[in-house]
Design a protein. Sequence first.
Length: 138
Amino acid sequence: MSASPNVVSIPDVKGMRIPARPGFWTDERVEKLRRCISVERLSAMEIASSLGCTKNMVIGRCYREGIALPRARCSNTPDHITPNPFPEVGCCLYGHGDPGEPGFHFCGAPNLPGKVYCSEHCAQTYEKRSDPDQSVAL
């Protein structure tokens, strides 16, 4: 199978070649992409299906256009999954309880700059260094 010199092809997931789509992203398609995200709140897969392209084409175009995709929504996750116990970045990581037991959690208060703990837990965790010039005579 020989390809025409004007047709670019890219490998798909199974190693077969599919034609690339130069000029696929017209102004109308980009506008429909924006509408699908902002108004209809569709996932990348749903948008790809409605536009007749791949999910990765949608994700790539969103990246190049600076469009924020909505967070993925999982419909098949069981209800009994424990939520992520880790707090956001910049929050105290002092643990309360046994990590292997239910109810374990982190403090979550704002941490001190350059530390992983809040001021209260820094005071409990870190020891102040004694000044070597002030040695205690016995």
